[in-house]
Ligand binder design. Structure first.
Ligand SMILES: NC(=O)c1ccc[n+]([C@@H]2O[C@H](COP(=O)([O-])OP(=O)(O)OC[C@H]3O[C@@H](n4cnc5c(N)ncnc54)[C@H](OP(=O)(O)O)[C@@H]3O)[C@@H](O)[C@H]2O)c1
Length: 303
């Protein structure tokens, strides 16, 4: 890590809300790091008011889908502090819809934010960390990085992509003293579900009771309920991430919430064919999926 007496330099993305905001707060309180808090420009005023930036705690406007923004921020951080010890790729979006209802624009944005952007950041900091012979890359993932539920296919794909590349990176970085961790979260009791974007076709399908209406009617409240019941809050998650910062585990995957631990065990222990069937029948409302469509089409043939 950084030389004796110097506080490590950390870059965090997506600090405008949720876990990123709490991470900024916890890191600010700890006084153990020099922190580059980044978020999209529209969060700037609110972040300035809350955190009162100073020489060791700086704010940067960063849209992770903008490659020139990424290199500008990494360059500025390096010019300011002369090193980068940790990168936390936290920013993400969630576009929802069954596969048939996703559109290419939303798919592209999801991948740009959750996979391509984080990978560009990784590429921007890696040469610096390699020169230092030390560094740490933390990619915030999800149980959706190793399993998928209906209406979350696109988000799951983005986190699967992040997990795949991060696993390769774990091997590729090790000889250069760079630690790599994938933090897998389950349900977090936060407002982030309010930011989830339902695709246009998904909205229409729900309104007119299209063939997939029951998927939205059952999975949406299921996710909302589990999020609101979860003991994991953004603050608790942020504190755990700071622990990972202070003593990086040598293993790649770290489950950060109790349900993520459970999901990971079940996914590993139960053979895939059985797992998918089990999940199908245990997911709430699965018995009703496609029912209105079946009734309508039966009616069509009968009349
Ligand atoms: N909450 C959960 O239950 C849960 C579960 C599993 C994994 N996770 C993961 O945890 C991480 C944090 O999520 P959260 O719960 O804190 O959600 P959140 O409150 O929605 O935070 C995500 C942050 O990412 C930012 N962001 C989105 N697009 C961006 C872009 N192009 N450039 C820069 N920032 C961007 C958002 O800012 P804007 O306001 O500008 O959009 C927002 O501040 C994510 O990686 C998420 O996938 C969360």
């Amino acid at each position: 890590m950084s030389t004796v007496g110097e506080r490590p330099v950390v870059i965090v993305t997506g600090c405008g809300s949720g876990i990123g905001w709490e991470l900024a707060r916890v890191l600010r309180q700890s006084h153990e790091f020099r922190v580059a808090v980044t978020a999209r420009k529209h969060h700037r005023e609110q972040l300035e008011k809350q955190f009162h930036p100073d020489a060791d705690f700086r704010l940067y406007d960063l849209d992770v889908t903008d490659e020139s923004d990424i290199y500008r921020v990494v360059h500025e951080v390096c010019r300011t502090w002369g090193r980068i010890d940790s990168l936390i790729n936290n920013a993400a979006v969630c576009y929802r819809g069954v596969v048939e209802h996703m559109d290419s624009e939303s798919e592209r944005k999801q991948l740009e934010t959750n996979y391509l952007g984080p990978m560009t950041l990784v590429r921007a900091v890696l040469p610096i960390m390699r020169e230092q012979r030390s560094g740490q890359i933390i990619n915030v993932s999800s149980a959706s990085g190793f399993l998928a539920v209906p209406t979350m296919g696109s988000y799951s794909a983005s986190k699967h992509a992040l997990e795949g590349a991060t696993e390769s990176l774990w091997y590729e970085s090790r000889p250069f003293g760079i630690k790599v961790n994938l933090l897998e979260l389950g349900f977090v009791n936060s407002h982030s579900f309010q930011k989830v974007v339902l695709s246009k076709k998904a909205e229409i399908s729900s309104a007119v009771e299209g063939p997939h209406a029951e998927f939205y009617a059952t999975i949406t409240p299921f996710i909302e309920k589990f999020m609101s019941l979860s003991p994991a809050t953004p603050e608790k998650v942020a504190r755990k991430i700071v622990r990972v910062l202070k003593s990086p585990p040598s293993r790649l995957r770290v489950s950060l919430t109790p349900d993520a631990v459970l999901f990971a065990i079940v996914r590993k222990m139960v053979p895939s064919a059985l797992f998918n069937r089990m999940a199908y029948w245990t997911l709430p409302g699965s018995k009703t999926w496609g029912r209105s469509w079946r009734l309508k089409t039966v009616g069509r043939y009968v009349s």
